[in-house]
Design a binder for this molecule. Structure first.
Ligand SMILES: Cc1cc2nc3c(=O)[nH]c(=O)nc-3n(C[C@H](O)[C@H](O)[C@H](O)COP(=O)(O)OP(=O)(O)OC[C@H]3O[C@@H](n4cnc5c(N)ncnc54)[C@H](O)[C@@H]3O)c2cc1C
Length: 388
């Protein structure tokens, strides 16, 4: 089950990432979970090994690897019991600068992101009042000479306290003055080091798992006009452009989680003897694990299909959304089966099952909730009327 398949083009990367992860065992993550602390050493190790710059082109000092390689990195991190949520955003956020940034922005930021000098971990999209309805967001950036003045609030901005830069989506033209509600939104690179205390306030949000998420308040924050990415008013499209890559990568994390749960559960089910026989001999234990494995493999194929399309320059909207749906369902099915297989011990911290169980639940909600993916498939794939 745990052997990489023969045709895996990234077997070497997986082996190297697994070696790195072995330096960060369950005890490391349990301590962070208790303290709600950030895995600084883990992120540093990934940065030094160049994994977080996997998708940055070589001309900016990155590895210039294909999306499938980045997926293999994140999958392995999760399959080894670690958590890529501490740093995965850097992999896909930088794509917005790469695709839509000016040559100067690319030079200025991408090369420093590649060396680890700058961390681009914060992605400010979600707001408390708009939720999934992104185009209703209220944070406003008003042009004032050679700067923008930003006012508003974001919520669930993860890793903000551990990032130097934030990619911010804000409205630059009021919604009632644009033809389409997707117009009039703009994307900015915000230097958080200069902003905190000067119009930006970050407040940590405690959650059911250790995710280092925050809410951010903007009170007349000044952002240089040169930090606008691409054209004013087209920011929503730029963010959408990056979503397929994001969904495929997050789905790869789900596959990693599913692998971890299935290995943990099957090892335990073989060893644990109750009524004079291993519990894994009971079909009541076997079947949920077998089903979760099949779900995981199906999701894995969808990721591969999505990555292949992406790497061929096509738009894998259908595949990326289905991969995220199938991946999140597979990891959740595996988590549930693993916890049940462990009986009472599934609730004990030292087994790591309850921690991973809490962590993997998130994928049903973020970065996009399952309902919204189903709506996407219904509308854009099946041609049904838009429901919202
Ligand atoms: C731990 C964590 C980390 C996050 N990190 C980030 C981050 O770094 N940056 C960022 O910008 N955001 C982040 N998010 C936000 C995340 O993307 C949103 O929580 C998610 O998109 C759902 O939005 P919402 O919470 O506002 O839910 P709502 O939009 O309020 O939805 C609530 C529920 O209603 C359902 N629903 C809403 N509309 C419909 C509809 N039309 N049809 C059917 N069902 C519907 C949703 O599926 C959901 O189940 C994070 C969230 C969490 C919990």
């Amino acid at each position: 089950m745990d052997q990489p398949i023969a045709t895996d083009a990234h077997a070497e990367i997986r082996a190297e990432v697994a070696k790195l992860c072995a330096r960060f065992p369950g005890a490391y993550w349990r301590r962070l979970d208790r303290e709600r602390a950030y895995p600084t050493e883990f992120v540093q190790a990934l940065t030094e090994a160049g994994y977080l710059a996997a998708l940055v082109p070589e001309e900016y000092g990155g590895a210039g690897l294909p999306l499938s390689a980045a997926a293999a990195i994140l999958e392995t991190i999760h399959a080894e019991g670690c958590n890529g949520a501490a740093c995965h955003a850097q992999m896909y956020i930088m794509g917005t600068i790469l695709r839509h940034g000016s040559p100067q922005q690319k030079q200025q930021y991408l090369s420093k992101i590649a060396t680890g000098e700058l961390r681009l971990q914060a992605f400010g999209v979600t707001e408390p009042t708009s939720g999934t309805d992104t185009t209703s967001l209220r944070t406003f950036a008003k042009r004032d000479g050679d700067r923008y003045v930003v006012n508003g609030q974001k919520v669930w901005t993860s890793r903000a306290e551990h990032s130097d830069l934030m990619l911010l989506l804000a409205r630059t033209t009021p919604r009632d003055q644009v033809k389409r509600r997707t117009d009039g939104l703009s994307t900015f690179i915000v230097d958080m080091r200069a902003s905190v205390g000067n119009g930006m306030t970050i407040r940590p949000l405690r959650t059911m798992m250790n995710h280092n998420s925050t809410e951010i308040f903007f009170d007349n924050l000044s952002v240089p006009a040169g930090n606008l990415v691409g054209e004013e008013g087209k920011g929503f499209r730029y963010i959408l452009d990056g979503m397929n890559a994001e969904r495929l990568l997050i789905s790869a994390e789900c596959i990693g989680d599913a692998r971890w749960f299935l290995k943990k559960a099957t090892d335990y089910a073989r060893d644990r003897v109750v009524f004079g026989r291993p519990i894994g001999q009971n079909q009541g234990i076997q079947f949920p694990l077998a089903r979760a494995y099949a779900q995981m493999r199906a999701a894995e194929l969808m990721i591969r299909e999505g990555c292949a399309k992406f790497e061929a320059g096509l738009t894998p909207g259908e595949e990326a959304n289905m991969a995220k749906l199938l991946g999140a369902d597979a990891s959740w099915a595996a988590a549930e089966a693993c916890l049940q297989t462990h009986g009472g011990f599934g609730f004990a911290e030292e087994y790591d099952v309850e921690r991973k169980f809490r962590e993997t639940r998130l994928y049903q909600v973020a970065p996009i909730s399952t309902n919204l993916i189903l709506s996407y498939i219904a509308e854009h794939v099946l041609g049904l009327p838009r429901s919202y």
